[in-house]
Design a protein around this ligand. Structure first.
Ligand code: DC
Length: 230
């Protein structure tokens, strides 16, 4: 349980959202940030961008030392409005490339590396300390911003989450077997929830929302009610 006296006296305000893959965090965070006129901090995009660099440079993904040193030599920037956020890897726009299936399935190596997580957490805190942000990820309510102004855990039934992901991939022209995708979502949940550092779990004081029966706008509405309540 985090007791954060400074919670309300932050110069910048952080709204933090954690939850499993496909629960709708990104969609909801973008909409919320747009309504509140906050920046949007997509922490998953940062882990994806570093994974892309490691794949391009043929870094051994089992080598935590090499991954940590790669992170130290990397600059990742997030720029633009929440709805059209662009991800820059050492100055190159990689917004599309970080969403491929290969990057999605390999990011777990980077995300499980403690040295990489320390660097990512530092970057994320630096950004969150400068401006009002809606931030989403797996450890943003528990590790990165335990004293965030408001914290949410957005969950969803695994079959529903896999269906949403399938739709998203199909809309981008990617073809994937539905059963295979469900297996991958279950596998990612397992990896996200069991890694040694920054594992996905609900913070005690986070507000739990099940997105399964709700549209993204309904989730946003619920969150706004909590955000506005004292
Ligand atoms: O949210 P996403 O699918 O873009 O996340 C990509 C990967 O990064 C996913 O495997 C989980 C990991 N991740 C993490 O470990 N910590 C975060 N704060 C955000 C994402």
């Amino acid at each position: 349980m985090h007791c954060c006296k400074e919670k309300k006296s932050f110069v910048s305000r952080v709204i933090a959202i954690d939850g499993p893959a496909g629960a709708g965090k990104s969609t909801v965070a973008k909409k919320l940030a747009t309504i509140l006129k906050y920046a949007f901090l997509d922490t998953g995009a940062m882990y994806r961008a570093l994974t892309l660099k490691a794949l391009r440079q043929h870094v051994n993904l089992e080598d935590e030392h090499a991954l940590t040193s790669l992170a130290r030599q990397t600059v990742i920037d997030l720029e633009g409005d929440p709805m059209t956020l662009k991800v820059f890897l050492d100055g190159e726009d990689v917004s599309e490339e970080i969403r491929t299936l290969e990057v999605t399935n390999k990011t777990f190596y980077v995300a499980r590396t403690p040295g990489v997580r320390e660097i990512m957490v530092d970057w994320q805190r630096t950004i969150g300390g400068k401006k009002n942000v809606v931030v989403e990820g797996r450890d943003v309510t528990t590790v990165v911003f335990p004293c965030a102004y408001r914290k949410f855990y957005l969950d969803g039934n695994v079959e529903e989450r896999a269906k949403r992901r399938l739709k998203e991939l199909e809309s981008k022209g990617q073809k994937i077997d539905a059963q295979q995708l469900l297996k991958e979502v279950v596998d990612r949940d397992q990896k996200d929830m069991t890694r040694k550092m920054g594992a996905l779990k609900k913070a005690e004081d986070a507000i739990y929302i099940d997105s399964t029966p709700l549209t993204a706008d309904q989730v946003v509405e619920k969150m706004l009610q909590y955000i506005k309540s004292e």
